[in-house]
Design a binder for this molecule. Sequence first.
Ligand code: 9MR
Length: 409
Amino acid sequence: MAKKIRILCIVGMLAALALVVGCKSSGGDDNVQTETTDAPDGERKQQPVTPMPTTDPAIDYSDRDASDMSLKDAYSEYFPIGVAVNSWQLEDSTTMDVITKDFSTITTENEMKPDYILDHDASIKAEDGMPEIATDKMDEIMSMAEDAGLKMRGHTLVWHSQTPDWLFYEDYDISKERVDRDTMLKRMEEYIKKVLTFCKEEHPGVVVAWDVVNEAISDNQGGGYRTDSPWYEVIGEDYIEYAFTYARKYAEEGTKLFINDYGLNGKDKRETMYDIASGLFERGILDGIGMQSHHDMGLVVDDVETSLFMFAQIKGINIQLTELDIHNNDNSDTALAEQAELYGNLFELLLYMDKNGYADITGVTFWGLNDENTWLTGHRKETSYPLLFDKDNKAKPCYFAIYDALKES
Ligand code: 9MR
């Protein structure tokens, strides 16, 4: 019954979105790094949406046992379930058992970012003046993934952060001038070529998706490009197009190429993302939109729905939740039950969209394995309990709620 009403609402919503997708966002930039789950200006969706069936927060999950359960198996019909990891976790056999039981893909939380891959000394010495990469760590991680039967999301090639400053300077020396656009484009191409060729030749079939460009959209009102990225400053706004052109040229056939960002449930970033992604998708150089999905307990699942419907207007585009977590500073049973309800509702939405063909959801990755190892505790400067497992890798209520979402939808 609720779903019938929902379908009627969807028809209305699609019509409203058809109007909205014509909107253009303008420029602007700033350095805000935090996720916004709501539209910054309090904007809400164009049509009221029927509330989804919710996971009952009163359910007592304490007697549930996750030992015979597997999220990746339970969701295998719909989309892969992934987790962000660090290499030390892959080296630890107990942790690896936890990872392989519930997840089929991994993303390196840091170790495949330019800061970790680019080799300054070797780049300075390179006779052709092009950037050199160090592949040992990457090789190790990809071998461990391969041995464990895990696929990988590559994260990330072109980003304003965790990319060494020297990459943008003459002779890789920050006391000199920034290089010109043409030199930077050559450096970009060479970097992308070296990383993707290594993946393709040394570990074929392991990396199934890449976040080619990360966080290119401004947090400013109006959205537009993040103009304080060194990539933007040296190359100009078409750096995104070039990055995807090179990535497509050198990536293994079948690797899905994503543009990835946070705060995509806010109107301005959502619309800018739609504009950028639709152009690149039409040209065949982009396959999908990565919605990072760093939420907090104020998550409004309806806002996610609005974004999914808008992005899915780009017919055939993949949508992945690439860095999912829900910040929660309270480890009480009540707070964990509320968090479980949010996670449950979110997954009911994802299943609903995917099952009915309203959006092609091709993966959901959690940004960390357990509450002990979350970036949020440092970032928020308070202990955070955002993930599926507690510090002892015991499944939390949200784990069971995500499982139960399969029954609800
Ligand atoms: O989780 C990552 C953390 O360990 C790093 O210190 C941080 C540095 O910026 O990056 C974190 O991962 C980010 C991801 O690469 C891109 N989206 C936002 C993530 C959280 O900041």
